[in-house]
Design a protein around this ligand. Structure first.
Ligand code: NAP
Ligand code: ZN
Ligand code: ZN
Length: 353
């Protein structure tokens, strides 16, 4: 076993603070990664505050991990010491069921997906997995991603969750030329959804509650921006969308968006708020055979496809780089929707506490 320094939450309300944890020695198919940067996802905050219940403390969050390989097991084929590597939201699954075989390990039919943090850990020394707010991690190479050195490394970290979580539904529901796509909420997920939707050639409309983000939304690739409950603007878009991706982290009224879908349009929910949304009006759904759907992160194969596409097209996240000592302040700002557009932790700061 080897030691790793980290930042952890010790209960739902106290600030995160320094913590030391143990990682397993790399097995034959394991890769040990020295973590250089880790993105800060709103899911980290939901988990730290136990808003989804079931958080095991101490909790070390972080699932947008990039770094350099520092050790490999004897059977590892795809990664060499010194190579760049990434880890997203999952570190294992059953690997043999129909969903895993289809490259959709997040939907493992045996519910055996092991998330990067706060999931029962059969391999490691701790009761649960510990994430990327730490100096190193050990992961089976089947769940490690290759990162091109063409990408700015810190800004590539959020691709591992915010990137693939928006890429996957945009691909699944066919965002592209001739399609009209809405994105609700301009945060970490939302800004990647706008970038990808624009890159795929869809007519992209941003829905934000923050008037101050309108200009950025256009710069990120939105063709149109609707601010808050601008009734006239909403009316103009009624019945016109093929797909709306909802990334909002808080409970809200879904009817605002279902009525904007065209026939057979889909509102895909990505946000997982602590409190449920008010029940949507069924009349609005049956009238045009509209759907409300959900989507969870993305599989390992599609994560690699997304990373390769980003390297080819020069797409990364817009980030604010912070030392880990500022993580609690970052969470406070995230709750206020004040992030442009993803915090990324510079893990070198762990050594300077
Ligand atoms: P984030 O950076 O905090 O962005 C969320 C955005 O939602 C905010 O910037 C804000 O955008 C909008 N918003 C927040 N509170 C709102 C409210 N009360 N009413 C209306 N809009 C509000 O969060 P994130 O990291 O992108 O994550 C978003 C959600 O997705 C979280 O619930 C997270 O847990 C979840 N998530 C799901 C998956 C998945 O696999 N499905 C993966 C990762 C994260 P504006 O200022 O533009 O209004
Ligand atoms: Zn995430
Ligand atoms: Zn499986």
């Amino acid at each position: 076993m080897s030691k790793a320094s980290a930042f952890a939450a010790f209960d739902p309300t106290s600030p995160l603070g320094p913590y030391e944890l143990e990682r397993r020695e790399p097995g034959p198919r394991d890769v040990q990664i020295e973590i250089l940067y880790c993105g800060v996802c709103h899911s980290d905050l939901h988990t730290v505050k136990s808003e989804w219940a079931g958080t095991v403390y101490p909790c070390v969050p972080g699932h947008e991990i990039v770094g350099r390989v520092s050790k490999v097991g004897a059977e590892v084929k795809g990664f060499a010491v010194g190579a760049l590597a990434g880890v997203g939201c999952m570190v294992d699954a059953c690997r043999t069921c129909a969903s895993c075989s289809a490259g959709l390990e997040q939907y493992c039919d045996r519910s055996a997906t092991v998330y990067t943090y706060n999931t029962k850990d059969k391999l490691g020394p701790g009761p649960v997995t510990y994430g990327g707010y730490s100096s190193q991690i050990v992961v089976d190479e089947a769940f490690c991603l290759r990162i091109s050195d063409k990408l700015a490394l810190a800004a590539a970290a959020p691709l591992l969750c915010a990137g693939v979580t928006t890429w996957s539904p945009l691909k699944h529901w066919g965002a592209g030329k001739g399609k009209k796509v809405g994105v609700v909420g301009l945060g970490g997920l939302g800004h990647m959804a706008v970038k990808f939707s624009h890159a795929f050639g869809a007519h992209t409309v941003m829905f934000t509650t923050s008037a101050g983000k309108a200009e950025d939304a256009r710069r990120l690739g939105a063709d149109e921006v609707v601010i808050g409950k601008d009734v006239d603007a909403l009316k103009k878009h009624a019945g016109s969308f093929d797909l709306i991706i909802d990334t909002v982290s808080a409970s809200h009224d879904l009817d605002t968006y279902t009525q904007l879908l065209g026939r057979d349009g889909t509102l895909t929910m990505l946000g997982v708020p602590e409190q449920p949304h008010p029940s949507p009006g069924i009349g609005r759904l049956i009238g045009k055979r509209r759907s409300i759907a959900g989507s969870l992160i993305g599989g390992i194969r599609e994560t690699q496809d997304m990373l390769d596409f980003c390297a080819e097209h020069g797409i990364v996240s817009d980030i604010e780089l912070i030392p880990i000592q500022q993580i609690n302040e970052a969470y406070t700002r995230m709750v206020k929707s004040d992030v442009k557009y993803r915090f990324v932790i510079d893990m070198a700061s762990l050594a300077t506490r």
